[in-house]
Design a protein around this ligand. Structure first.
Ligand code: PGA
Length: 260
């Protein structure tokens, strides 16, 4: 890794249950170390088992409601909160409600405002007002996107509206049950995500293996927006066996590769 790179860790889970537990342990540990640090969270399939594990711990009384500001990562343009397929509805269903987080305390990024530029500026100012992001929990798009920072997105890409790539639309089609997939998204900028103190990248499945390798072991490129995640102060990759197969700690500059 070059000198501008931070610390990277690769944690490999040997089963689905371990993936959920490991992801939850990592996130909980970061919250415990910095209880007020703003946390931005991805939706999509990959984080769901981790969120459910956090929710189960909360229900059992083992985890209290996080006290940190929660920040929305992205949204489809033109899709209302009341649509169960909106990304906010996912976040609410899988994370906010189970962990009893008051929706009014969430820093929103809405896809239905009349003026999206104003929405992006308001969002950036609201994140800055809470001291920037402490933790970013991200998934990895099949084309290397993070949030809706679609290729090409460089490290200075701001919070903005983006046309969704054909790969993302194809990947998202499974959430839309044959209905027309939205063609635009609004996303927190890569600039903001790269400034987080800690990024936890959750990656599962053999279909993510190649893009994970390109993201963490290939050259930095706007064509693989996730390749810039190696610049963050602390990157923790939680992957399952299928996604991490063949990836060595040396390739990502990690000193340790616990397989749990
Ligand atoms: P997934 O989505 O977790 O549903 O695979 C990841 C992404 O597209 O960011």
């Amino acid at each position: 890794m070059s000198s501008r790179d931070g610390e990277a860790e690769l944690l490999v889970a040997s089963s689905d249950a371990t993936f959920a537990r490991l992801g939850a342990d990592v996130i909980r540990g970061i919250w415990d170390d910095c209880p007020g640090g703003a946390t931005i969270l991805a939706t999509g399939w990959t984080p769901i088992p981790v969120f459910r594990e956090l929710a189960a711990r909360h229900t059992r009384g083992e985890l209290s409601t996080p006290q940190c500001p929660i920040v929305q990562l992205d949204e489809y343009v033109g899709v209302e909160d009341s649509d169960p397929r909106s990304l906010y509805a996912w976040l609410d269903r899988e994370f906010l409600t189970p962990l009893e987080i008051d929706a009014s305390s969430v820093i929103r990024l809405r896809g239905t405002t009349a003026d999206s530029e104003e929405e992006c500026s308001r969002f950036e100012a609201a994140v800055a007002a809470v001291g920037g992001l402490h933790l970013a929990v991200l998934g990895l798009g099949p084309n290397g996107h993070v949030g809706f920072n679609e290729p090409p997105s460089g490290p200075t890409a701001r919070t903005r509206v983006v046309p969704l790539s054909p790969e993302s639309m194809a990947s998202n089609a499974r959430y839309w049950n044959g209905a027309e997939v939205p063609v635009e998204g609004i996303t927190a900028g890569l600039d903001l995500l790269l400034a987080a103190d800690v990024v936890v990248l959750l990656v599962a499945g053999a279909h993510k293996r190649e893009i994970l390798r390109r993201s963490v072991a290939g050259p930095e490129s706007p064509e693989v927006p996730a390749s810039y995640l190696r610049r963050v102060s602390r990157l923790i990759i939680v992957a399952d066996d299928d996604a991490a197969a063949g990836l060595t700690p040396e390739e990502i500059g990690s000193r340790h590769q616990p397989r749990i």
